[in-house]
Each structure stands twice: as structure tokens, then as C-alpha cells.
Design a protein around this ligand. Structure first.
Ligand SMILES: O=c1[nH]c(=O)n([C@H]2C[C@H](O)[C@@H](COP(=O)(O)O)O2)cc1CO
Length: 147
């Protein structure tokens, strides 16, 4: 029996929530391929402080648990975020496949992400282009699930 792919979507919260509407669309596109563990990132309920009704320790431990159990991480790095960088480094350490989507409209992406050969890096300029990349890249990882 084939289990649905577990996808960890990573995007800025405290870095700035400016792109939350874009995250919502990217998460919807990813949900065609499996369960998105962090689907709260596309909701408007979050304030600039993040999920302030939870403790920081709770958010960190919950998210690391999700990340460890995921088959694929898809990160939008367009808005610089310490949390997104941390999650990507964690994924690299654990050898969890990672797709990086970056719209250069905000900032020049850190060399620590762009310069790593580990990440499947793609630049995009609008949401439809990002969704096209998702539709082109995510199925490649679906075939690799061992569960
Ligand atoms: O409330 C939260 N909930 C949460 O799931 N995160 C995780 C998921 C995001 O991919 C990432 C965002 O990090 P940051 O808040 O540093 O921009 O951290 C981060 C916060 C707040 O830092």
C-alpha cells in the first residue's frame, strides 16, 4: 500500500508574513501530491509574532518532529528568515530532499543557500511560475518514497 508523501513547507513567519497569500497557493499546489505538515503557514491567523499562542519551545520541537518525519521539504526563501534557513540546514544534515523556491524581488539570497549543491534550487518571478516548478519537480520525489 502506498502512503501519501509527507511534505514540509517552509516559509517566513517572523522574518515577515508579507508573502502569506503566495504560501497559501503553493501549499494548495503541494497538497495535490501529499500531506503538507505545515499548512498553517498559508493561513492568515498568524500574527507577525507567529503562533504566539504556543510557546517557542513547542513550535520548535513540533516542527523539528514534522521535519524529521517528512519525505520532502519545499522552502520559499524569497523573504529572509532565520527559521527557514535553520530548517533547510537541518534537512541537509538529515539528507531530506529539499526544493528551494526563490523570488529575487525582495533580497539577494544568501550564498549559504544558493551556494549549496544540496538544494534543488529554482528561481521564480510569479506564483504561476512557482506552481509550474512544483508540478515539474515534486513528482520526481514521489517515486523515491520507500515507505
Ligand atoms: O510561529 C511559528 N510557527 C512555525 O511553524 N515556524 C516555523 C515554520 C516556518 O517555516 C519557519 C519560519 O521561521 P521565522 O519565524 O524565523 O520566519 O519556522 C515559526 C514560527 C515563528 O517563528
Amino acid at each position: 500500500m502506498k502512503f501519501p508523501m509527507r511534505i514540509y513547507f517552509s516559509g517566513s513567519i517572523r522574518g515577515s508574513e508579507e508573502d502569506v497569500k503566495i504560501y497559501h497557493k503553493l501549499i494548495a499546489a503541494l497538497q495535490n501530491y501529499g500531506d503538507v505538515l505545515t499548512e498553517h503557514l498559508g493561513r492568515h491567523l498568524l500574527t507577525a509574532k507567529g503562533q504566539s499562542h504556543f510557546s517557542d519551545k513547542f513550535v520548535h520541537d513540533r516542527d523539528i518532529g514534522w521535519l524529521k518525519s517528512s519525505d520532502l521539504i519545499v522552502a520559499d526563501t524569497s523573504i529572509p528568515s532565520l527559521g527557514v534557513g535553520y530548517e533547510l540546514a537541518y534537512a541537509e544534515q538529515l539528507q531530506i530532499p529539499a526544493i528551494v523556491l526563490n523570488n529575487p524581488k525582495h533580497k539577494n539570497l544568501s550564498a549559504m543557500i544558493k551556494g549549496s549543491q544540496y538544494f534543488n534550487y529554482h528561481q521564480y518571478h510569479n506564483t504561476s511560475e512557482a506552481i509550474e516548478i512544483i508540478n515539474q519537480e515534486v513528482p520526481k520525489y514521489q517515486k523515491q518514497i520507500k515507505r
